[in-house]
Write a protein that binds this ligand. Sequence first.
Ligand code: ATP
Ligand code: MN
Length: 530
Amino acid sequence: MGFNLKQYGIEVETIHRNSSVPVLYELGLRLEKGTAISSVGALMTYSGEKTGRSPKDKRVVKNPRSANNIDWGDINIELDEYTYMVNRERAVDYLNIKEHLYVVDAFAGWDPKYRLKVRIVCTRAYHALFMQNMLIMPTAEELENFGEPDYVIFNAGGFKANSFTSSMTSKTSVDVNLEKKEIVILGTEYAGEMKKGIFSIMNYLMPLEGVMPMHCSANVGEEGDVTILFGLSGTGKTTLSADPKRKLIGDDEHCWTDEGTFNIEGGCYAKAIDLSAEKEPDIFNAIKFGTVLENVGFDPNTRVVDYSDVSFTQNTRASYPINYIENVQLPCVAGHPKNIIFLTCDAFGVLPPVSKLTPEQASYHFISGYTAKVAGTEMGVTEPEATFSACFGAAFMMWHPNKYAELLAEKIKEHGATAWLVNTGWSGGAYGIGNRMKLKYTRAMIDAIHNGSFENVDYVTDEGFGFQIPTSCPNVPSEILVPENTWANKAEYEKTKVKLISLFQKNFKKFESGVNPEILEAGPKEVVNS
Ligand code: ATP
Ligand code: MN
């Protein structure tokens, strides 16, 4: 008896399980409207109406076994078990009317001790290829012995949720069920929902084993020194982790165990907007046969991609297996982080482009998770605005932020890691007046962190935030290192800084009672005008 999905009530006979890349290309081109091959061989696909994640439509099933562990609220919105089954049946019914289904059986987590066996059931070759790129693919032998998966995703995103189903606020629903070990997706074909669904599950499971799950990229130097880069969407995790001088461990999701770090994923998911061979050669060159290009525009004759085309979305993306990057660490496992970089894209132009933090400041800023949202992965965000997202990824956290903050603080202390804040956002004024920090300068600052250039330079203390700002950095003009010096209008700078500090303080109110006083004390203080 061949492979089938009858145990889920799915009777479809034509099931493409872990199919080869050419087979998925052929099926995608034949069955999915708009699909085409780019001039360099990537598969160009369209996700339909949803071109970013839909965090407001995420639901977590409330069950007595996990209910006390979940941080219920706007992010983890509860769904009752009965309604979950209504959506699950809707998904299964939809899957059942398809002529072709795709199954991806693969692993999440490079450390065999913590890896999950994941099964994706989906209706599009695009989704299957995406997940085959993003997960860790089993060898033929591992697939043979795969057995039952730990978690299953039923992706019926081509069919909408019923708005008369209780607790549905739209036609999209992404439902995580920790007890049934399943995720059901309705009403969105954006592939990123699957990848971040698995990340959410890891964010739930890992702390139970004392492991810190992290929304960060990671790479490792020749000496084995690991750097992790936390940051919300668009702050530069993927861009800055691809560094020819260092081996890439991963671009988005990692765990920190007692042994070191491991990547959860087998691939990368890079923004494609304005991608260029000059600025981001590693990512540009990773776009080839096997890469999924989402929602990009292209020349109808030559099939050359136009990375500046945002007519479908600003959030155009490329998904490729990690070994498409030249310099990678395989398996994607390494030692304990030596440097921890918090990336922020400060649209106020107030935070220094690079600064060193005390461990307490690191805790404060990890819990705050500040950035300015630029046009990006979430539906409906096209203008920058200040946002705070705990742990630099609140949308994917399932426990209270303090749980993750405590794990991180313990690990920083135990392994003596140094924390840095890198502002990849505005300089010389806020959004509208100043400009975004040049990528080559940010890269030079990160090089300086890695090669020890900041060990013997003078620092000034940022008034207000208290960060230590290095006053010189190789290959970066010194004038841009201290934000105040880059603003033409000093009064405007002070005013903007006061405003940003008050936003930090307001945001931190809800965490005050749960953190120890040193962390609270490490937050920004009102600037006293001299
Ligand atoms: P996501 O979580 O959505 O994957 P991310 O943190 O990986 O987001 P990137 O994909 O690296 O973010 O996006 C950073 C974007 O900002 C890229 O398009 C990059 O070209 C651009 N950029 C411009 N200036 C800088 C800078 N100084 N540093 C980093 N990135 C910059
Ligand atoms: Mn990324």
